[in-house]
Design a binder for this molecule. Structure first.
Ligand SMILES: [Zn+2]
Ligand SMILES: [Zn+2]
Length: 272
């Protein structure tokens, strides 16, 4: 598997467009997309599915079956509501084929739903723009922040005020986002995607042989669009993923090297 770490965000992942997508955040015990269900996914109790294309979702039955075999609780896979029924049916059919019952929890969610994964962490679904109904996801961390009007105060003043006034507010900070498969609209339309500390951004096509028009037709994003709208991205790191199999990692690195400014190279990265 590939591996990426930025500050306290560690992601282990499989990612080739049309082949396999699975992003695991082991420290948060959460994953996005099952891919073909790599072994490391089986330990993860909560998975969010971006959409039903096979490269993102084919591991769904294997995931539940393996968790049952290993005597783990069934785990939950959250999916866009529109595919909840057919995906549940698939897991049911596979149990019939195996003549063995195990529990499968396929939960349907809507755009904007927020699911708690830890006391101070929620995953929120965001509308993506793809060939089929699809979501992106953002991990939001809840923290307490000093209200704006008190920012200029000294530590001692704050300590004193705290006794009899509510000087803090609760804010949600986007610490991680995943675009799933989508045209660049998911970035244009979602501030949370643009502001997440780490963004895993699909970038399926990277040169003129498969141009922007073609990327858009298939519900994907082209590197040209990411570069021309680079100022939109306020993320500390943008990891470009879901590269088409037609490009070698070496070719991708050479294209990025040629096309990104030195400043952009620090933020927009591709992991071999
Ligand atoms: Zn895909
Ligand atoms: Zn897709």
């Amino acid at each position: 598997m590939k591996s990426f770490t930025h500050k306290n965000i560690r992601v282990e992942f499989e990612s080739t467009g049309g082949i396999e997508s699975c992003y695991i955040l082991p420290d948060f015990k959460v994953a996005f997309d099952t891919g073909k269900c790599p072994d490391a996914l089986i330990d993860i109790p909560v998975v969010f599915l971006s959409h039903g294309h096979l490269d993102h979702a084919s591991g769904i039955s294997y995931y539940f079956s393996q968790r049952s075999l290993r005597k783990l609780n069934p785990g939950t896979i959250y999916v866009p509501k529109s595919v909840q029924k057919p995906l549940s049916k698939i897991t049911r059919l596979w149990q019939d084929i195996e003549e063995f019952d195990y529990k499968c929890d396929v939960a349907g969610i809507e755009v904007g739903d927020k699911i708690e994964i830890k006391k101070d962490l929620h995953v929120m679904s965001v509308r993506a723009n793809h060939r089929v109904s699809a979501f992106g996801y953002v991990i939001l961390k809840t923290t307490k922040k000093l209200k704006k009007q008190y920012l200029h105060l000294s530590g001692r003043q704050i300590a004193r005020l705290k006794e009899h006034e509510d000087i803090f507010e609760i804010v949600e900070i986007p610490i991680f986002a995943y675009s799933g498969d989508s045209t660049i609209e998911i970035i244009r339309e979602n501030e949370l995607m643009r502001n997440a500390a780490v963004l895993f951004m699909e970038c399926t096509y990277i040169d003129e042989k498969r141009n922007v028009e073609r990327a858009r037709k298939w519900g994907h994003t082209h590197l040209d669009e990411i570069i021309s709208e680079a100022n939109l991205f306020k993320n500390e790191k943008v990891v470009l993923v879901h590269l088409s199999r037609r490009y070698s990692p070496r070719y991708m690195q050479s294209v990025l090297n040629r096309r990104l400014t030195e400043e952009q190279k620090k933020r927009f990265v591709y992991v071999d």
